[in-house]
Design a protein around this ligand. Structure first.
Ligand code: ATP
Ligand code: MG
Length: 206
């Protein structure tokens, strides 16, 4: 005869688990192959996920220390946290990830207007935006304006971003323009994580 036990999960929990599995499978699919491996995250990153209040996370450090890998895995853990039974999240969180160079390309003035407007809107509204290697290229004045539209909307609505970058937020003015850099400095205050160590790529070859 069937008896209920304390271990049995409620229909709500089972529904949440199913939604989480689907969301994680989708996230894993768009994660570049080498960044799908689960890694230990720095304690500050764990704290950012646990105490999340709509701020940004800024991962910085020299070449090859693991900024991009950490960012992708942080996005995954953030998604897991968003589906936790006690989390007040409504609906399914949308995560958008871009390399800065592809993003700047997609925002250029010579592309189709409608596509660019849709992209800006998607990045304004997504529940989490991950931008990899933000200082990899300097954005043109036009692109800086589009970045401002994206970041200002996220800033005023306290929507989180995860940024990887090899310089600090206060050194970003040249790349993003001063208004975006200023907002990012506030959004990521208290959660700038410096990854240190040697280039892991060289370590593997040694
Ligand atoms: N915590 C980790 N544990 C094991 N391997 C890791 C870890 N973090 C990163 N790696 C591996 O180290 C290599 C470099 O990582 P990653 O590409 O994230 O570095 P990065 O800091 O973003 O480099 P760059 O500045 O060149 O963009 C990759 O092969 C990655 O899978
Ligand atoms: Mg990287």
């Amino acid at each position: 005869m069937h008896s209920s036990s304390a271990d049995e999960i409620s229909p709500r929990e089972s529904w949440l688990q199913e939604r989480l599995s689907t969301a994680l499978a989708k996230y894993d699919e768009k994660t570049p192959l080498i960044y799908r491996k689960s890694i230990d995250l720095p304690a500050e990153v764990g704290e950012w996920i646990a105490g999340w209040t709509g701020t940004g996370l800024f991962l910085t450090g020299p070449i090859g220390v693991g900024k991009t890998h950490t960012a992708w895995q942080t996005g995954r853990r953030w998604l897991e946290a968003a589906y936790a039974p006690h989390h007040p999240w409504q609906g399914s969180p949308i995560v958008k990830a871009y390399r800065s160079t592809s993003l700047f390309d997609a925002l250029r003035p010579d592309g189709p207007d409608e596509e660019r407007r849709t992209l800006v809107r998607d990045l304004q509204r997504a529940d989490l935006v991950l931008i990899d290697d933000l200082a990899a290229a300097r954005a043109s004045e036009w692109t800086q304006e589009r970045l401002f539209e994206i970041f200002d909307e996220r800033y005023i609505n306290r929507r989180p971003v995860i940024i990887t970058c090899d310089v600090l937020p206060n050194q970003l003015s040249e790349v993003t323009g001063p208004r975006v850099a200023s907002r990012l400095a506030e959004m990521c205050r208290g959660s700038v994580v410096l990854l240190s160590g040697t280039d892991r790529r060289k370590g593997a070859a040694a």
